[in-house]
Write a new protein. Structure first.
Lengths: 228, 591, 266
């Protein structure tokens, strides 16, 4: 390899760390070769997305604190009890999601042993995912029940700042959850089509989103329970 | 663990066929980058024309402007602007320029085009989201344009849309009904588009760098796009809630921002308990990082381009990147400096002033690194390099006025005067735009395979450089004299003697604006008739210059690029040339 | 090319600075007790930033001039010491400047916005609305009447929404469209808005304060010279924003007393 010279005092560091050996060609740990694997890309993307969503809810939280303190017109009310049941359902859906992922994670080993359990694992994994979707749907229906409960009490979006924020938080969360369910069906379709190849289905990215929705809901519930 | 299979190494998406797939709903980041650029170009000319109309009215308020009554018979009867029409032109000028030009051009346009190439990737991490983010931006633009034509007039509350003026609806006067609601909807849509875009930039930078492209070897422009994307993600994630709350106050009867007892148009407003300052806090928590979103990509572009023409490395590339990161981090701590006299606790003034002043440190370091990169250079003077040098000058000018405004005691006097207008135009409108011009002249050959016309480019530079100083430097003097901003006319006793200065500024603005048509002509002419460009006409080192002009569909014609060097290997002796490309295995050693 | 740029940058810098130095367009004479500190702060900042500005532009011009030397035998030079001295110098110089400006400036700010009003302040109530300022004095009884927004009737001059029929204290409140004050007497204003955000800017007093709907905000000052000065609105409040102003009239004590008596008589 040809060598080249630099003027003295140049502010450039060298690839060979001054060893005189050719630059190391092996990839350094921590970054991926060209066209990073789909799973890693989508996981990174999902973590980023989830940060943005978290930031938005943080902004809404701070708006609520400021609004509460800026005036004396806040009227507290009791949270509909169905919310607590919904919480359990949503947590349950995270559990079913993890059970599903466990099934899919066991497939590569089963495939190596050329075991017939690959099909069983795949079917089982898909079944748990369907259950996750069902629980998510039940959660949203339960939220609707909560809103109807409030409507019966005469609490609507503009009735009082407390009800405004209640509807705002729960509705936005439900909208994000429904979006997540759209993602879930996309993942399911890919899994069914590709015979349970979880790496390329976006399952790991989806589970980041879904668990985040779960945690976000728990946070919102606490926030509403304490401040509303 | 994350081994690539043959399938994943293959193209992320197949080459497009058909006109629609190739040019309209394209997944190719290069096409999307050009689409963003085109949108920004359209927006900047609209924004510039709006500024001409404003400046003419300020200098000659009674003079009927030809054709203006065709644009709005109500807003400008017989061509003479009403005060509310002036304010709506001003609002749309600011909104269009900040969002659709300054967030789009240096970041979304150039970043989309060149980030993947500079890091050796085939495309962005999520090409479909990328396409969506452009078309959602375009939708936001259409909604904003629609606001021009509603019967009650375009919004008049400024790009800052302070509550309660922006929140109570039509009772507060013309321009505050449907137009204001469309404004809020448009911005909310824009937020979503920006979040999608930022997501793509971040995932791409983290996961798609090619072999050998460590973060340390990324060009300054890629770093700037990455840092900007992170800032963008967190900032727009706050503006979106603000817009949602504003829309709810306007249409759903809530009272997030509207306190009790307001009387507008002789009517008691049916709201109570809201906090006016809440809007300002939410808005500026976004708004301050937003200005760094506007400037950082241009800083990165200049740091990337200047060494090419100086034929020597950027001084302190690691320090430069560190400064970008520090700026991004600090930008979240300073928003209250827009609110010193807002009625928030006066004790918080120091809390915001100190980080505001501290943020001048990384900005100063960057400026000095750029200046000292010129030291000892063998400068090649092209339109691109002239705009880089011009950038340094105008960035100094714009940054200096920030020292005044950062101090609460001085801000008492200078807040809401033309001094502020001078400051933000210098750093945003001028400096940021100079970065875009430099990037255009530099990257046009790569994007379109043809060279732009150099003499025209240089003429464009000289006229613009002199012109912007004539427009914006006098505004400092006006501000010091106490000339209030956002006035549609100057009728106060102490302002009337300042009108001649306004007339001077108006003429300068019109002439400088006219000079931009040289640039527009150059763009269009060169696109079709410019001399064919080689692969590396500027003798630059970064990866975009290791592929054809324009690059093929997958950027590198199937090659898997391997990177051996950083982007700063200029001024070395290398087989008769003075540079080493990033992908070249030439070993560089000290003498 | 490069030499042209260098000359242009230096010429622009010098011309720009000359207008600042010559005070061609400048702040009006300060007539307040707290303004001198602000003016001093401004002057200090002007000098320090002026030097930085000139230095930056001049050095840029100089380096560009030198870099335009077309001698092919010339080799590039790296800035002596590399980036480290540049970074350290920037941190030190700017850091010290920041410390100095903050330390001194915080006193100027506190005098206006944190220090309490003098105990013997003349208290005047200020209302901003689209598109005028109105000022209310307590009258001989020294008491302000209560405000009732629903009773506001601009047509009959009841801008503040007073209820003299039921509110004794409101009967003698004086409401005018100018801010009339005695010279050398501490004044305490209470700012509130009837509708949207406005702002109270008096350049000669070096004070500026937003009106925030829903809040009552105190502003205090002491005027040291008699005369007639302008108060203008600086927060965008609608189509009449450019025209929203009032006069500040600073009178001698006897003149003020006389003026007040004539108002109370009405």
């Amino acid at each position: 390899m040809a060598t080249t010279t630099l003027p003295p005092g140049a502010d450039i560091t060298f690839d060979d760390q001054g060893s005189g050996k050719p630059p190391e060609l092996a990839p350094r740990p921590g970054y991926v070769m060209q066209s990073g694997s789909p799973a890693q890309k989508s996981e990174t993307g999902m973590l980023v997305a989830v940060s943005a969503i978290g930031m938005s809810f943080a902004a809404f939280t701070s708006a609520m604190f400021v609004r509460q303190d800026s005036s004396t017109d806040w009227q507290h009310f009791q949270l509909p009890h169905v919310l607590y049941l919904n919480t359990l359902i949503l947590i349950g859906s995270s559990v079913t999601l993890q059970l599903s992922r466990q099934r899919f994670a066991a497939i590569p080993q089963a495939a190596q042993r050329a075991s017939a359990s690959v099909k069983v694992l795949s079917a089982s994994g898909i079944y748990w995912l369907y259950l996750t979707a069902a629980l998510g749907l039940i959660f949203v229906l339960g939220q609707i029940l909560a809103w109807r409960n409030l409507a019966v009490q005469g609490l609507f979006l503009a009735t009082n700042p407390s009800s405004s924020f209640f509807y705002l938080f729960t509705a936005l969360h439900a909208v994000h959850l429904l979006g997540g369910m759209g993602g879930l069906f996309y993942v399911l379709r890919k899994l069914i089509r590709d015979g349970g190849a979880a790496e390329t289905s976006g399952l790991s990215a989806f589970s980041i989103y879904w668990h985040f929705m779960d945690l976000l809901w728990v946070y919102l519930l606490l926030l509403l329970a304490i401040r509303i | 663990m994350h081994e690539t299979s043959a399938a994943s190494v293959a193209h992320q998406h197949a080459a497009p066929t058909g006109f629609i797939r190739k040019h309209i709903f394209s997944l190719d980041h290069k096409v999307i980058g050009k689409q963003y650029y085109g949108l920004a170009l359209l927006a900047v000319f609209i924004g510039m024309v709006l500024s001409w109309l404003m400046r003419i009215h300020l200098g000659w308020p009674a003079w009927p402007i030809p054709l203006l009554d065709k644009l709005s018979a109500v807003g400008a009867p017989q061509g003479v602007m009403t005060p509310e029409y002036y304010l709506s032109l001003m609002t749309m000028h600011g909104t269009i320029m900040v969002f659709f030009v300054l967030t789009n051009a240096p970041f979304a346009a150039f970043g989309n085009y060149f980030l993947p190439i500079q890091i050796g990737a085939e495309d962005m991490a999520f090409p479909r989201f990328n396409m969506m983010s452009f078309w959602v931006t375009f939708t936001a633009f259409l909604v904003m344009m629609a606001a021009f034509f509603v019967s009650d007039g375009p919004p008049i509350s400024g790009w800052t849309a302070y509550a309660p003026l922006s929140a109570v609806g039509g009772d507060a006067g013309p321009g505050l009904a449907l137009g204001q609601t469309l404004w809020a909807i448009s911005i909310a849509i824009f937020c979503i588009a920006s979040l999608l875009g930022a997501l793509n930039f971040i995932a791409t930078t983290l996961d798609l760098r090619t072999k050998g492209m460590s973060l340390a070897r990324m060009p300054a422009s890629s770093w700037a796009w990455f840092v900007t994307a992170v800032i963008s993600l967190l900032a727009f994630a706050v503006l979106l809630p603000a817009c949602i709350l504003l829309i709810l106050d306007r249409v759903a009867g809530t009272s997030f921002f509207i306190p009790a007892g307001l009387i507008l148009s002789d009517k008691m407003q049916p709201h109570a308990g809201g906090s006016v300052l809440l809007w300002q806090h939410l808005f500026w928590f976004f708004g301050h990082p937003e200005v760094y979103i506007a400037i950082l990509p241009s800083i990165g572009i200049v740091c990337h381009i200047l060494p090419v023409f100086a034929r020597k490395p950027l001084l302190g590339p690691r320090a430069a990147v560190g400064c970008m990161i520090a700026t991004g981090f600090l930008s979240y701590m300073v928003w209250g400096h827009h609110m010193f006299v807002s009625g928030m606790s006066p004790f918080s003034a120091n809390l915001f002033s100190v980080p505001t002043l501290i943020i001048t440190i990384p900005m100063t370091i960057l400026t000095l690194l750029l200046i000292c990169s010129v030291y000892g250079a063998k400068m090649r003077f092209t339109a691109a390099s002239l705009f880089c040098l011009g950038f340094i000058s105008v960035f100094i000018s714009g940054g200096i006025s920030g020292f005044f405004l950062a101090q609460p005691s001085i801000d008492i006097y200078l807040h809401a005067t033309y001094f502020v207008v001078a400051h933000f135009h210098f750093v945003m409108a001028v400096a940021s735009l100079f970065g875009v011009f430099a990037g255009t002249y530099f990257w046009f050959p790569k994007m379109f395979g043809r060279m732009m016309n150099e003499p025209l480019g240089k003429l464009h530079f000289w006229l613009t450089f002199i012109g912007v100083y004539c427009i914006f430097m006098p505004m400092h003097y006006l501000g010091l004299a106490g000339n209030v901003r956002r006035y549609s006319a100057f009728v106060d006793d102490y302002l009337i003697p300042l009108i001649p200065v306004h007339k001077f500024i108006t003429i300068a603005a019109l002439l400088t604006g006219a000079a931009q048509f040289i640039f527009l002509f150059n763009l269009i002419w060169s696109r079709f008739k410019g001399p064919v460009a080689s692969e590396n006409p500027w003798e630059a080192t970064s990866l975009e210059w290791s592929t054809t002009s324009p690059p093929p569909f997958d950027n590198f014609a199937g090659r898997h690029m391997v990177v051996f060097n950083g982007p700063n290997e200029y001024g070395v002796q290398n087989n008769g040339t003075d540079f080493v490309m990033q992908v070249s295995p030439e070993k560089v050693s000290a003498s | 090319m490069g030499k042209l740029f260098a000359v242009l940058v230096i010429v622009i810098a010098l011309i720009s600075v000359s207008f600042f130095v010559r005070h061609t367009w400048w702040m009006p004479t300060d007539i307040s007790t707290t303004g001198a500190a602000i003016d001093h702060q401004l002057d200090e900042t002007m000098i320090e930033t002026g030097l930085l500005f000139l230095a930056g532009q001049l050095v840029l011009g100089l380096f560009v001039w030198q870099a335009s030397d077309k001698n092919p035998a010339r080799k590039i030079k790296i800035f002596p010491g590399g980036s480290k001295p540049v970074v350290i110098a920037a941190i030190f110089v700017v850091g010290i400047e920041i410390l100095a400006l903050t330390f001194i400036g915080s006193k100027a700010w506190a005098a206006v916005n944190i220090a309490p009003a003098a105990a013997d302040s003349l208290h005047i109530d200020v209302q901003a609305e689209q598109f005028a300022f109105y000022f209310r004095y307590a009258g001989p009884d020294g008491q302000f009447g209560g405000l009732h927004p629903d009773k506001i009737d601009d047509g009959n001059g009841n801008y503040f929404g007073l209820d003299p029929a039921n509110d004794v204290a409101a009967r003698d409140d004086v409401v005018v469209g100018s801010l009339v004050v005695p010279v050398n007497h501490p004044i305490l204003l209470t700012l509130h808005s009837k509708d949207v955000g406005h702002s109270f800017y008096v350049p000669v007093l070096r004070i500026q304060q937003d009106f925030v709907p829903g809040l009552e905000i105190p502003v205090h000052f002491t005027a040291t010279q008699t005369g007639k000065f302008e108060i203008v609105c600086t927060q965008l409040c609608g189509l009449g924003h450019y025209n929203m102003k009032a006069y500040l009239q600073v009178m001698s004590e006897p003149d003020y007393e006389q003026w007040l008596k004539s108002q109370e008589g009405q």
